[in-house]
Write a protein that binds this ligand. Structure first.
Ligand code: AMP
Ligand code: MG
Length: 484
């Protein structure tokens, strides 16, 4: 196969050997390309024209390795549901860093590519359902304008993978601005070699934040940047009703992108304490706990920086703590402004917090749909629906209208602001399940249809309308499972 334009480097493998293992993807039986992201391929300046589908499938299943590819897997650790473990890419293999332009480098990684030294008890493989879920949700997040890894393709391997029952095997090609995780730093820390930590931190700064490279305070600067990135990311998640499901430290990137779509889900009816993950028994990663968990993860990251700050340990520790503590205030401010925007408000008024919390309380007690309620509010005609006729809701609407009148903003502009911040379409869990069920029966039409619709999540089109429907009682997804 001719090279479709990949310009690979593997600067990550210039880190000390302990950070990675050279691994080749396993050969799979009968690769078959299910979905390919043409738009992303164009953005990556790749050109697959003239490459037949068999070669394409061979490439995206790791059967065909180009001459300049030095494939490897990454080592990392992580706190999983609060417990520290050594992990690593147990089922992912990096094809390399593709250089798009002078200042743009992305990791191209195969997920489900076979055994690696980090596979532990696993088989290194992935099933079709979870790979399609990651493809759909990561692409949806991108078009919702939320920092995220992306998906270039899904290939069916033609092999069975054995979970609770035999399933179709698959592989996803993930594109990420890097795969450096909080867990990568935790891994460096437990090697008990300061050089490893120093190498990793410098590599991260060079790759993502070169503008702080020469700062005398670069560790603190990095921490501040990461706090800000996570504040923004989690506020975005809460804007669209996204629940990540497994915010373990190995699933938080230093780039600020959402990563590792496992048992993730979107809220239908609003419930702050909502959990979908089948293994999250204590609600650790519930919808409303996400900011707290991001802060907790950042504290684990800060701990790994401390050994590098040897002079005046106490003073540095206090300084790092202060940066981590700033998360709460920054987040509250960000969240309030984000929710204001969802309600067409720009000014910062003290009473807004109560107005917002009262709406959430109402939605929760009425089991109102998070996405649809905000959409309804941006068109007064919708407020005739019976859902909004209760005394409490009418009262709230009157308060909100009064508050809105205090803006120096026309009603049209307010509605426009709302439409920009409230998606019309989210990948609803029952739709994703239906797509996966059909894909398992070799019908990919619903997958392609949804992929297309999700590209314009803020547009109210007739075609998109059916994706705004809440699940019927028998369609409700109550639990989601880790994506292996
Ligand atoms: P995740 O839930 O995808 O964040 O994965 C958590 C850890 O389990 C990571 O170290 C993965 O590489 C590993 N893992 C997940 N699935 C498999 C599998 N099928 N085989 C080997 N390792 C796996
Ligand atoms: Mg992970």
């Amino acid at each position: 196969m001719k090279n479709p334009g990949f310009n690979f480097q593997s600067t990550y493998t210039e880190l000390p050997n302990i950070f990675f293992s050279k691994v080749k993807p396993s050969i799979v039986e009968k690769p078959n390309l299910i979905i390919f992201n043409q738009e992303l391929s164009d953005e990556l300046k790749l050109n697959f024209l003239g490459i037949n589908s068999q070669d394409k499938a061979s490439f995206f299943s790791g059967n065909l390795v180009l001459p300049n590819m030095k494939t490897f897997s990454q080592a990392y650790s992580g706190h999983q549901f609060g417990h520290f473990t050594n992990l690593g890419d147990g089922r992912a293999i990096m094809l390399g860093e593709h250089i798009i332009s002078n200042d743009k480098r992305v990791d191209i990684q195969l997920k489900g590519a076979g055994l690696t030294p980090y596979s532990r008890q696993g088989d290194g493989k992935a099933a079709l359902g979870p790979m399609l879920r990651e493809y759909i949700v990561s692409e949806a997040m991108h078009y919702l304008k939320i920092p995220t890894t992306r998906s270039l393709s899904v290939v069916k391997t033609g092999e069975k993978v054995y979970r609770e029952f035999p399933m179709e095997g698959a592989m996803l090609t993930r594109v990420a601005s890097s795969h450096i995780r909080v867990g990568t730093f935790q891994f460096a820390l437990i090697t008990q070699n300061l050089k490893n930590l120093e190498n990793l931190i410098n590599y991260t700064i060079n790759r993502h934040y070169p503008y702080i490279k020469n700062s005398k305070q670069k560790y603190f600067d990095l921490l501040k940047i990461l706090v800000k990135k996570q504040v923004e990311l989690i506020a975005h998640w809460m804007r669209v009703g996204f629940i990540h499901g497994v915010m373990n430290t190995d699933n938080m990137t230093l780039s600020g992108e959402t990563i590792d779509y496992g048992p993730c889900a979107f809220l239908d009816d609003y419930k702050g304490s909502k959990v979908f993950s089948s293994i999250d028994f204590q609600g650790r990663y519930s919808f409303e706990n996400q900011p707290l968990m991001a802060k907790w993860n950042l504290a684990r990251l800060a701990e790994t920086f401390l050994p590098l700050m040897q002079d005046d340990i106490d003073k540095n520790k206090k300084k790092a703590e202060k940066i981590i503590q700033s998360f709460s205030e920054l987040f509250n401010k960000k969240w309030l402004n984000m929710m204001r925007n969802k309600l067409g408000l720009l000014k910062e008024k003290k009473e807004d917090q109560k107005l917002i919390l009262d709406l959430l309380k109402l939605m929760e007690s009425n089991s109102d749909d998070y996405t649809n309620t905000f959409n309804d509010l941006s068109d007064f005609n919708n407020l005739n629906k019976t859902q909004y006729q209760s005394f409490n809701f009418k009262d709230w609407i009157a308060r909100w209208k009064k508050r809105r009148d205090e803006e120096n903003l026309s009603i049209e502009k307010s509605f426009l602001l709302m439409k920009k911040n409230n998606p019309y379409i989210i990948p609803r869990n029952h739709n994703i399940e239906m797509i996966i069920d059909e894909a398992n029966k070799d019908n990919f039409t619903p997958l392609y249809e949804m992929h297309k619709i999700l590209k314009n999540p803020y547009e109210r089109t007739e075609k998109a309308e059916k994706f705004t429907l809440q699940p019927r009682e028998n369609e409700k997804v109550l639990k989601t499972f880790c994506g292996t």
